[in-house]
Design a binder for this molecule. Structure first.
Ligand code: ADP
Length: 552
């Protein structure tokens, strides 16, 4: 299996169709892999488009459901506005202004607190006489000067307007940054204007009572299940300040709002009502309820699909690499088988047709046949051992053996091959080396290492084989003067099918399984193997085998 072997292969004259076959084979594999990758990509595109479709449908369902719930919320706003304007405008403001009007007509002092019935909507009352520029209050307000000026101006406007249909006027204004609401009426003498300032806390109380009184959504909806407890409602004044709010939390997506204007004499002009239905009761109003966002599920689906595709492509790539390694291996083994077979056939014919001249020639032919058939057996043993890897220790029979004669025998057997390649073998054997080994396995290990030393080392090198007995183990090493093994490859060479980069274009034939078989056999005997730099700069393969095997 040395350099000369590879050259013989080239010169053997046999047509070598292996390359073309391999090209076709790997071409098929590549196109099959491409097809699988294209299919996987297609699956990815399909999954992505399904996810996109699902998210679109989900979004549109959600939009429709949101729309429906907002419509109901708008209904709540309308109903609350109707009740608020009726109850507070008519039964509150209008009723109270009438009472004050009657008291004034009866000649009572409308500004004396005990003269007019209590009404929690009125903060204080006032009587304005624009002619004398006099403003009187039932209770002195804080910003009296500003208020006096404001009420005088308003009273002038009201008197100028003439009588109103409802008999009262409502005004919402912001004075010194604060929201105020006033209810005015003309006195029967038509010279004065009276009225009251709305009590905001009283108004808020009324708004709350209104909310708590009756369900705002019609009973026909959801069988009256949706009481006001499930509603968010907020009432804001003309200064955007909240007068009443039913609860703290709501879903902003479901919020509907309604601005109030001059309806009911502008009782809430510039005010806003906002309402939302709690998403928890959505399924009573919308079939299927408010669709929950499936976005996280969809994102996880996409991530999983992409992850699986990457795993599948990686698996494909590994499969492809393994197939390539196997096909290289088959081609290498065929090359290695053909060379000794060619030699055997050639020299067998020489003997058969008596083409030799001297007895020495005849002997040489027999020696070559013997050597090449041994090489064949060695190669076949390696292939068998490699293909039957993962077998257990029952494969080997470990017996206490004197290793010196065993190693010496293998080295002598190998010596003609080494010398034929111009190498010399130097043996340094410890006289006492004994261990529990399988003799055939040790022979195969040594032959593989010697074969590599000769194959990869230069001509005229000296290969050293040494055997030492240590306390617990024996150490067998084979060191050459070749190029050595780079540190980066020192683990990879044991894996099988692995050849160094520099061997790619070299003429040295090899299958990449010799060292895998070495490690396998050493491990089965409880030992270990490593490669280090030899003293001469070559490779030194060191094997340690325990002297006594541990019982399993
Ligand atoms: P093969 O020799 O058939 O290629 P091996 O498993 O025996 O397979 O060796 C694996 C690789 O390790 C070889 O291809 C070679 O590159 C490298 N190698 C093995 N032994 C030596 C050595 N003594 N010197 C240099 N390189 C070696």
């Amino acid at each position: 299996m040395g350099v000369h072997t590879a050259q013989l292969v080239r010169n053997s004259g046999y047509p070598c169709s292996m390359g073309a076959g391999k090209d076709n084979y790997s071409g098929n594999v590549v196109s099959r892999s491409r097809m699988i990758i294209s299919l996987l990509m297609l699956i990815l595109v399909l999954v992505l488009s399904l996810v996109w479709q699902a998210s679109k449908t989900m979004q549109s369902n959600r939009e429709t459901a949101t729309q429906v719930l907002q419509d109901y919320a708008r209904l709540v706003c309308d109903e609350y506005a109707r009740r608020a304007m009726g109850q507070i405008g008519y039964y509150g403001y209008f009723a109270h202004i009438n009472e004050i009007s009657q008291a004034l007509f009866a000649g009572a002092d409308i500004l004396a607190p005990d003269k007019v019935p209590e009404n929690n909507l009125a903060l204080y009352r006032f009587l304005v006489d624009p002619a004398s520029a006099e403003v009187r209050f039932s209770q002195r307000p804080d910003t009296v000067a500003t208020l006096e000026a404001y009420l005088l101006r308003k009273a002038g406007d009201i008197l100028a307007k003439g009588p109103s249909e409802s008999g009262f006027f409502i005004d919402h204004s912001i004075i010194e940054g604060h929201a105020h609401s006033f209810v005015f009426a003309r006195a029967s003498d038509s010279d004065r204007v009276f009225g009251f300032t709305v009590d905001r806390s009283g108004l808020a109380e009324r708004l709350q009572q209104l909310f708590e009184r009756d369900a705002l959504l019609p009973r026909s909806l959801a069988g009256g299940e949706i009481t006001n407890e499930f509603l968010f409602l907020r009432f804001k004044d003309h200064n955007e300040e909240v007068l009443f709010q039913s609860r703290e939390t709501y879903d902003p997506n479901l919020l509907a709002s309604r601005g109030l204007n001059m309806e009911y004499e502008g009782v809430f002009d510039g005010h806003t009502i906002e309402a939302a239905i709690a998403s928890g009761v959505a399924d009573s109003l919308v079939i299927g309820g408010l669709p929950r966002s499936r976005l996280p599920v969809l994102i996880i689906t996409v991530i999983l699909t992409v992850g699986l595709l990457i795993a599948a492509i990686r698996q494909l790539y590994l499969e492809h690499a393994l197939m390539k390694m196997r096909s290289n291996f088959v081609s290498e083994v065929s090359h290695e088988l053909r060379t000794p077979l060619t030699q055997i056939r050639m020299f067998a014919e020489t003997l058969l047709f008596e083409r030799y001249k001297t007895a020495d020639d005849k002997r040489r032919a027999l020696e070559i046949i013997n050597r090449e058939s041994q090489r064949l057996i060695h190669l076949v043993e390696n292939v068998l051992r490699f293909s039957g890897r993962n077998g257990d220790q029952r494969d080997l029979t470990l017996v206490q053996t004197d290793l010196v004669p065993l190693v010496q025998r293998v080295v002598d057997e190998f010596r003609p091959l080494a010398e034929g390649a111009g190498n010399s073998l130097l043996v340094d054997l410890d006289a006492r080396a004994e261990a529990e080994v399988d003799t055939d396995a040790l022979r195969q290990i040594l032959l593989n290492l010697l074969d590599n030393a000769i194959k990869y080392g230069p001509e005229d090198q000296t290969v050293r084989v040494s055997l030492q007995q240590r306390t617990d183990s024996i150490r067998l090493s084979v060191c050459d003067q070749g190029p050595g093994i780079p540190r980066a490859d020192r683990e990879k060479i044991w894996g099988g099918y692995y050849r160094l980069e520099r061997e790619r274009d070299s003429a040295i034939a090899g299958t990449g399984i010799g060292l895998a078989v070495v490690r396998e056999l050493v491990t089965l005997q409880g030992g270990s193997v490593r490669v280090v730099d030899s003293e001469d700069g070559g490779a030194c393969f060191v094997i340690e085998i325990p002297r006594v095997q541990e019982s399993p």
